[in-house]
Design a protein around this ligand. Structure first.
Ligand code: KG4
Ligand code: ZN
Length: 372
């Protein structure tokens, strides 16, 4: 994928609770981040233990103009070659803010506009930045298996080549990130649950004794004959454990310490149960399709244990497979990944198709259920 002239892409992302804008440079199959702004709404949603769509949309409305202002201070918007915006899946009222912003900029500056699937963005994060040595133009990297794990999705896909993606498995109920979030809520650990649980696991493992969890939780669907997942049973298993224990009643100091250990124990076992299923199914898919590359992405891919264990297992069981995972800040929602997905799609278009994108602003609509 050679382009002599660099492509400057403006990415916009508002599918959930992060308002994000980014400027990316794409030249000769390599990306360079010029600016990557993410305004997180976590403090706003934390007190509710999850995302409130109405609050998210209002915060996007407030933050988006500030992000565009910061971007325009960094680069003259007339110099942009392409605007890429998340069109779905996501919360409709959140998506609308990003799409309307992108439409307005496309109309004002007469720039091509592309609607991007949020999951396509997560996957494209694998190709950004200094730590990604992935060669976009190298056909020897395919077939590839991709696992996207976020708060809303858990999806396994097969890529026969760049730009050709086929879904081969998905969650039948809760997503892996949702499972982290719901378990954290049950244990009063706050929102978002993934980092809160990961921190308890770190604390548990750094304690000198009792490093192994003394609780066993199920690995749902690990032996199913497909590539689907299910995580709602894991959350229910934790709920029963908590109900059976004296956890909720503890008031004395010595019980509080017991409680903390009980929580760390559950976190360690629950996180490992999620990781075990994700790794097992991904490696099984990679073996079946004789994958040369494994991609991991999405918010849950920020989990250090998942990253390390997936890499170790892939190298051990299916060498010489190449394993890629984006930098941790590019795993959770951001707009650089949206810009990257836009650049890759745009580069594959013919000149007349590219020209038509200047009119996308007239027709583009957010789609909360968009699938990959
Ligand atoms: O991709 P993302 O930022 O937003 C969605 O598209 O959903 O993913 C958010 C999810 C949340 O469920 C959050 O708890 C989880 O990613 N997450 C983590 C970690 N950081 C974020 N899960 C496990 N470990 C982490 N370090
Ligand atoms: Zn996401």
């Amino acid at each position: 994928m050679k382009n002599k002239q660099p492509l400057i892409i403006l990415g916009i992302e508002t599918s959930c609770d992060e308002t994000a804008g980014s400027i990316l440079k794409f030249k000769n199959g390599k990306f360079k981040i010029i600016l990557n702004l993410v305004s997180s709404q976590i403090p706003l949603h934390r007190r509710y233990g999850g995302i409130i769509p109405e609050i998210a949309a209002r915060a996007h409305l407030k933050n988006m103009p500030l992000i565009i202002k910061r971007i325009s201070q960094k680069i003259n918007l007339k110099k942009i070659d392409l605007i890429a915006v998340t069109r779905g899946p996501g919360l409709i009222i959140s998506l609308l803010v990003g799409v309307e912003t992108a439409k307005t900029l496309s109309y004002l500056f007469k720039k091509p506009l592309m609607g991007i699937n949020h999951l396509e963005g997560h996957l494209a994060a694998n190709f950004i930045g200094g730590n990604s040595k992935f060669q976009i133009s190298n056909s020897k990297s395919f077939p590839a298996v991709s696992l996207i794990v976020s708060g809303g999705h858990t999806e396994l896909g097969l890529m026969e080549k760049m730009g050709r993606y086929k879904k081969i498995g998905q969650t039948r109920d809760d997503a892996a990130g949702e499972c982290f979030d719901k378990i954290a809520k049950l244990l009063n650990l706050g929102y978002p649950g993934g980092p809160a649980i990961a921190e308890r696991v770190r604390q548990w493992k750094s304690q000198t004794t009792n490093r192994k969890p003394q609780i066993h939780l199920p690995r749902p669907m690990i032996n199913s004959h497909d590539f689907d997942f299910s995580f709602s049973g894991l959350k229910t298993a934790v709920l029963y454990l908590v109900k059976k224990s004296s956890f909720a009643k503890a008031t004395e100091d010595k019980n509080k310490i017991k409680n903390q250990n009980f929580i760390k124990n559950i976190c360690t076992e629950a996180q490992q149960a999620i990781i075990d299923v994700l790794i097992y199914k991904t490696i099984k898919a990679a073996k079946k399709y004789q994958a040369k590359t494994v991609f991991l992405s999405g918010g849950v891919a920020a989990n250090l244990e998942l990253r390390q264990q997936m890499e170790m297992t892939a190298k051990k069981i299916i060498p010489p497979v190449d394993f890629f995972v984006p930098a941790r800040n590019l795993c959770t929602d951001n707009a650089a990944m949206v810009a990257a997905a836009g650049a890759l799609k745009y580069s594959r278009l013919k000149p007349d198709q590219k020209a038509k994108l200047k009119n996308t602003w007239q027709t583009i609509k957010p789609d909360p259920n968009l699938s990959l």
